[in-house]
Design a protein around this ligand. Structure first.
Ligand code: SF4
Length: 194
């Protein structure tokens, strides 16, 4: 115990102060991130749950998805969170060319996701097959295996691009959910419709 206390006194505080947003050289425009946040809140107005599926990625895209979860992007503050089960998910975020070994798992994950479900294909590999393409081991783009709503190109795409892709998927869902013009229900003679 004494040794530890001496070590603490000798070392002092070595952590650096938290950088301000203006000091960060991330190449990310904070105004863009804030606008995307507001758009997501305006359009969705509720929590969004995401199940991420690595269908055969090199994991470069996962690193950016991981970065999307850091406090800088504050997606949890928007009510967007990643979940472990597709049964709890509104949106599937799928990376990689789909390896043949992952095709059945991806289809089952898609089937297990409740309607209305959204699918965002991530990265050049997810959009086109990327550098891996189609081969004896790869089925190529995600759309070759399950229906895709939005594609986010890039190798890998930035967290901001991922947020924009999620926003595009939500917007598409909101447009599709516009209530159809109600048709008048024919009244049977002498009473309410059955
Ligand atoms: S798009 Fe690039 S980073 Fe993403 S899985 Fe393919 S090779 Fe890796």
């Amino acid at each position: 115990m004494w040794h530890i206390l001496k070590q603490i006194v000798r070392t002092g505080i070595v952590t650096e102060p938290t950088p301000q947003v203006a000091d960060l050289d991330t190449g990310v425009d904070a105004a863009i991130v804030q606008r995307i946040h507001q758009d997501i809140l305006d359009i969705l107005g509720q929590a969004l749950t995401i199940r991420q599926v690595d269908a055969g990625s090199c994991n470069g895209c996962e690193l950016e998805i991981h970065a999307l979860n850091n406090p800088y992007y504050n997606i949890e503050g928007l009510g967007i969170k990643f979940v472990a089960s597709p049964r709890h998910a509104d949106l599937l975020l799928v990376t990689g060319p789909v390896s043949k070994h992952m095709a059945i798992a991806l289809k089952r994950t898609y089937d297990a996701t409740p309607e209305p479900k959204l699918v965002v294909a991530v990265g050049d590999c997810g959009c086109t097959g990327g550098i891996f393409g189609e081969s004896y081991a790869s089925l190529g783009r995600v759309a070759n295996v399950i229906p895709v709503d939005v594609e986010v190109p890039g190798c890998p795409p930035t967290p901001t691009a991922l947020l924009q892709g999620i926003l595009a998927a939500i917007t598409r869902h909101a447009d599709a959910a516009e209530p159809a013009v109600a048709q008048p229900v024919a009244q049977p003679p002498g009473g309410e419709p059955a």
